[in-house]
Design a protein. Structure first.
Length: 206
């Protein structure tokens, strides 16, 4: 999902050196990954009122304004820094619409989250379930995919977040640890715990 580290480093070097168009090219590479981060987390009721593209644009504008500051002291990988800016924007958006317009927003019909029915969902189901164990594995997998959204929504927030980060954003355990301010061991344990709970929801024990 995210541009490679080597590609990002080259773009950052170009931006640091003042190459023409370097900043626009750098931020443009992250537009779609940021939209995915926002789509995954934007409340469905609020998504009827707020276009994720507008939030992406706000994030990129802020990143542009603060890029010199980041380049002087890059305390975290660039994609994690952008994620942090995006999450702050999502929180602000939820706060504004839930507090200022709670009644009207809550009455609206929610829409489905947009990012659950892609290849990452198929990969997640395959990771959780041994789909080769029966001749009807394909039908079983399709049924599990239909149930995946509800299963993820039933997870605790911490568990849901680490599943999204690992499977739908493609972040490494090291990135998750940095983003959540955990040790790598703690991040790994949280991920394994979340997978166990997700599997329990998807395929309850008799």
């Amino acid at each position: 999902m995210w541009p490679s580290r080597d590609s990002t480093d080259r773009l950052l070097d170009d931006a640091r050196g003042g190459a023409p168009g370097a900043v626009d090219k750098l931020l443009g590479e992250f537009r779609e990954p940021l939209r995915r981060v926002i789509d995954l987390r934007l409340d469905p009721a609020i998504a009827r009122r707020v276009d994720a593209s507008d939030i992406v644009q706000d994030v990129l504008l802020e990143a542009n304004q603060r890029l010199v500051e980041y380049l002087k002291k890059p305390d975290m990988p660039f994609h994690l820094w952008l994620r942090h800016l995006a999450q702050d924007r999502i929180i602000d958006t939820h706060r504004r619409h839930r507090v200022a317009q709670r009644r009207s927003v809550d009455r609206e019909q929610p829409i489905a989250r947009p990012a659950w029915t892609d290849e990452s969902s198929v990969s997640l189901v395959a990771h959780l379930i041994d789909t080769e164990r029966t001749p009807t594995s394909e039908a079983i997998q399709q049924e599990l995919l239909r149930r995946l959204t509800d299963a993820i929504d039933q997870l605790a927030e911490d568990d849901r977040e680490v599943v999204l980060m690992r499977h739908h954003e493609g972040l490494s355990n090291q990135d998750v640890a940095k983003a959540l301010d955990l040790t790598e061991a703690a991040a790994s344990m949280r991920y394994l715990r979340a997978l166990r709970r997700l599997k329990d929801v998807l395929v309850p024990n008799p």
